[in-house]
Design a binder for this molecule. Structure first.
Ligand code: ATP
Ligand code: MG
Length: 519
């Protein structure tokens, strides 16, 4: 049976088609405008990085890294595994030949890796490569000379090749980015951006990847718009300005049914003590908690505060609160932040349970929720990450940022009925009779040059059918060009909403439609 397979987008991914894509473009364009008015510049980073970058920054124990990342093992790593396996049970001529094949394939790929720059060309690697090559050459020659049963020399070569193959520094695997803050910090360090004047204010727009269970508002490829401020200062005014910018943007795009929650989760001076205290208190009520929370008592007690399980809520309410355990500096920072927010007339709610799922956060954390989204209602998350750049091998640096989930934001805007009517097709050119075609081509080009969206049917159509299509395409105007019009050099302009018609000369037509220019 040669039934043709019907391809579909992979689960958790989706296509964004017109006219939705226009809404997405408008949303992203608005972000650019607002962020640039706060003097942020765009950074574009690769969508994949070394796996260890994410493990180190986000935290190896977080769900994002331990369960949700799309990770690629290097092909050479897979070949190494295959070789090591094949070389472990060499007892006869057949297994010997197999071992030799795997070794040759590994060495071949090692050479290719070094040549194309996928594997480090450090002297150690190059040396191992040349010894392995010599072993392959000798072994193949022995094999071809009929020496195909394991003997002492074979065993010796086998032992050495195993040791050498294990020594090759292949480098770690690579992963699709689950978020972009780690990449931005990596770039900041790599390009020595601390040497640039002032704070670095960067924004990014693009897809992120997490292997989560797909559901409404949760996808495996989703889109974020984020902003980061990196530099020497951790002034609460920076936090407040970042939040102001975020809310100005949300307001601009009609994402108004939102709530901003803020919290401070302390820093390395006070949080460890709080976490210990929380752990002790949690151990006392362990029996009343569900399995996930029980496990988190030992691995990451702060995450218990995140729990949405109804039965756990009354217990969590009795737990010690971080706000009562902040050190003086963190307490002062948080108080000043709230002052700054008031100065900017920003409404917020304090939420002591807002801890966020990534390891790098310190002090200020925040989240914005929106209506119309069900349980996946967070449209933005963010906070400070003062130690992160240093943790990644850079200079001591303060940082704060946020990431907006575009998919959910657009859902919420649509559900709230706030999606703007984006100008689509302005003019449909209904031409009739081959003699009018050159005029139609000409006028279409002029209208397009004037910035209008114009549809020109590529083939002659009956008048009624042509205007019917204009309607279905949602054009606002039809320009009717028949032989009469060509002869008199005037055009009939029909407003499709109400059928209103007027006759205009070419110059008048262009002028009249000027107001319809594409936004
Ligand atoms: P949640 O608790 O909703 O899973 P999160 O804490 O994992 O969110 P962040 O890593 O802070 O989310 O990302 C910021 C924003 O990105 C979220 O508020 C959300 O709007 C969006 N987001 C995160 N994961 C997804 C996803 N799988 N699909 C769609 N949007 C997402
Ligand atoms: Mg999540």
């Amino acid at each position: 049976m040669s039934e043709r397979k019907q391809f579909r987008a992979i689960k958790g991914t989706r296509d964004i088609l017109p006219p939705d894509s226009a809404l997405w473009n408008w949303f992203e364009h608005s972000a650019r405008e607002v962020f640039e008015s706060y003097n942020f510049g765009e950074i574009r980073t690769p969508i994949f990085e070394e796996t260890s970058l994410f493990a180190r920054s986000i935290g190896a124990n977080t769900d994002v890294v331990s369960k949700e990342m799309y990770t690629f093992e290097k092909k050479l790593e897979i070949l190494r595994g295959a070789f090591l396996q094949s070389s472990s049970g060499v007892t006869d001529a057949a297994s010997l030949r197999k071992y030799l094949q795997y070794l040759a394939v590994f060495v071949d790929n090692l050479q290719r890796g070094i040549t194309v720059g996928e594997v480090s060309n450090a002297p150690e690697n190059v040396e191992v490569f040349s010894i392995l090559t010599a072993i392959v050459v000798e072994s193949v020659a022995r094999h071809d000379n009929g020496q195909s049963e394991p003997d002492d020399r074979w065993n010796e070569q086998l032992r050495r090749s195993r040791i050498l193959v294990e020594q090759v520094d292949i480098g770690g695997g690579e992963s699709l980015r689950p978020e972009a803050t780690a990449s931005v910090c990596r770039a900041y360090i790599e390009h020595n951006m601390q040497a640039l004047p002032g704070n670095q204010k960067l924004y990014y727009i693009g897809p992120m990847f997490r292997r989560e269970r797909p559901q409404k508002g949760r996808y495996r490829q989703f889109y974020q718009i984020g902003a980061e401020v990196l530099g020497q200062s951790d002034a609460p005014a920076i936090d407040a300005e970042v939040l102001e910018m975020l809310l100005v943007f949300f307001n601009r795009v009609g994402l108004t049914r939102t709530t901003l929650y803020v919290n401070s989760i302390g820093d390395k001076n006070c949080r460890p003590q709080y976490v210990e205290l929380l752990r002790e208190e949690l151990r006392k009520v362990k029996d009343k908690l569900k399995e996930d929370s029980q496990r988190r008592i030992e691995t990451n007690p702060l995450r218990v505060l995140d729990s949405k399980i109804p039965e756990e809520q009354s217990i969590i309410e009795t737990l010690p609160r971080i706000s009562d355990h902040l050190c003086d500096e963190c307490r002062a920072h948080f108080a000043k932040l709230k002052e700054e927010l008031n100065l900017r007339r920003i409404d917020y709610k304090e939420n002591w349970r807002l801890v966020r799922g990534l390891d790098y956060y310190t002090r200020t954390t925040f989240e914005v929720t929106a209506e119309g989204l069900g349980s996946q209602n967070a449209v933005c998350g963010g906070g400070r990450y003062d130690g992160l750049v240093e943790l990644l091998g850079g200079p001591p640096t303060k940082g704060i940022g946020f990431a907006i989930g575009t998919d959910r934001s657009i859902l919420s805007i649509e559900e709230g009925g706030n999606a703007p009517k984006l100008s689509g097709l302005a003019v449909y050119i209904a031409w009739m009779g081959l003699a009018s075609y050159p005029t139609a081509v000409n006028i279409a080009r002029k209208l397009r040059a004037a910035g209008l969206s114009v549809e020109l049917p590529p083939e002659e159509m009956k008048f009624k059918k042509s205007l019917g299509l204009a309607d279905k395409l949602g054009a606002r105007y039809a320009v009717i060009i028949g032989e009469d019009e060509v002869a008199s050099r005037t055009f009939t302009l029909k407003r499709l909403a109400d059928g209103d018609q007027k006759k205009l000369a070419e110059g008048e037509l262009l002028e009249y439609l000027e107001s319809e220019r594409r936004r």
